[in-house]
Design a protein around this ligand. Sequence first.
Ligand code: B12
Ligand code: SF4
Length: 489
Amino acid sequence: MYTSSWAERSRRLRNSSSPSILLAYPSALYAAGWGTRLELKTSQLLLASYLAQYFPVEFADFEISIGAPNSPSQVRRFERKVKKYLAGRKFDILALSCWASLSYTATLRVARICREMYPDRLIVVGGYHPTACAEDFLLPENLFDYIIIGEGENALKGIADGLSTMGRPSETKIVKSDVFKNEQFVGFNWDIVESFMQEHYPEGLPNIYLYLSRGCPFNCSFCMEPLKDRSWRAFSPEKSVEEMFIAAERFNSIGVAICDACFGKSAKWRKELIKRLVDAKPDFWIVLETRHEYLDQEDIENTSKLKMEIQFGLESASPEMLLLMRKCKNPGLYLDKFRQVSNMLSDHGILHRANLIFNHPGETQKSLEETFRFLDNELTRKDRYLMWASAEYMHFPGCELYSNMDFFKERFGSKFKGGEWWKIEEDQFGASIANEPSADLSGERANLWHVMFSERDEAMKAALAPQAFKFAAAKYFPDWKNDPRYRQN
Ligand code: B12
Ligand code: SF4
């Protein structure tokens, strides 16, 4: 029985004088363009799991329970439902997870509703967006009491501990949270979301996302991970495997995705984890993203004994772009290593995917040609297990590139037309990609990457082994299902 210990502890905490926390994901407004799937916010659950050791914590996700509005009337309905939800809850602290920038406007709306209903309650905000743009939450009416930068555990615990003596601060405070140390790690307390899951996922969760480690030592231009603590910390390999099995069994999952910012940085940890997984014989799929430089022959041989899909953020195959993206120091070595690792993976029948970002500022026709030359060369080998995925550069605040826009404007003629798109209440996705990477790829030519990628569609299909083709069609390229090869296999 999962719930008894959690329910008992929660009851005990509720009866004590500890303040109660409602940890809520406020949803995202006008976000349909992102096409993101609804995911259980497991990073929020990890935060809740830590806090639940000390305080009664309730988990809410308004995106799943209420929706993600896309028009003024839907926004009004959303607000009515949030109001109704908050009216039925007992909490001392509303902790809002403005995770990605997509949630900025929803965060403001939910906070305003709460402030209107409960002027004395504490409202705290944390997540990637406040970490990137804390000043966005400094509003004249002191809507937020605390803005947390970084991993939220320690700051939120400190705030809740001090609530009875300090009360609401007279003005908004920005707090940089202390690093969450390895010895503080607690596992996922799924009991916290038991009733939420029963209500919204009664059949279970086909794919579950887990975090086994934190921190990334790299410094890619387009990523805001470097703003958080960069030291690499992880559950032990033993605990990691246990967490994967607990989650998969509890939610009947067919896939467990490891979402770590930098999976497997420690070779010792990685090797032990893979060996333990092989011994445990999971019947679920494992999906993970890592750096190709980390994988060696031994990892690949062991991995071939698992049902596994590995993703790599290759990002580009143009040496100049790789340097601009700060993806590596030596593009030649980086690309050679990718070729070698990908070949080994294909030899072992391991599905893998290379993710590419096109139109990163500085991209030109020449850099696109370099990337596609590399791709064409890779596509000459048949019976591969390598799938290619493309995305257009999205201009998010918080990364190195964002603070360095002038360099790109001056050197390449880059244009960033979306401004502070996360503040608008209309198609935010469209605004985030409304960029021109260079004077060379301006206007309609900004679409060149897409044309070049689409031209390779047939070659990409033809390069795949039958099993990999079927997998790619089922998971990533629905159009490929019309291909007679899909039905043959
Ligand atoms: C895994 C991941 C995902 C997974 C999430 C899976 C899941 N169920 O959790 C998936 C694939 C679904 C995903 C989707 C997207 N992602 Co993403 N993703 C990541 C990634 C790789 C890792 C996050 C991580 O390390 N979490 C570990 C946990 C433990 O930490 P955490 O999430 O940061 O949470 C801590 C703090 O943020 C804070 N915190 C969070 N909430 C709160 C609330 C309060 C009150 C407090 C005090 C603190 C707090 O405390 C938490 C615990 O320490 C990051 C970073 C990266 N390297 O690329 C990008 C990243 C977060 N993603 C990003 C983006 C842009 C997206 C997408 C928009 C991509 C897309 N085009 O679809 C979507 C948006 C989805 C959405 N609804 O918001 C950006 C966000 C940038 C920004 N400025 O907003 C990041 C930072 C990458 C980047 N470009 O820099 N993503
Ligand atoms: S893109 Fe990946 S490797 Fe680069 S800084 Fe972000 S998490 Fe690290």
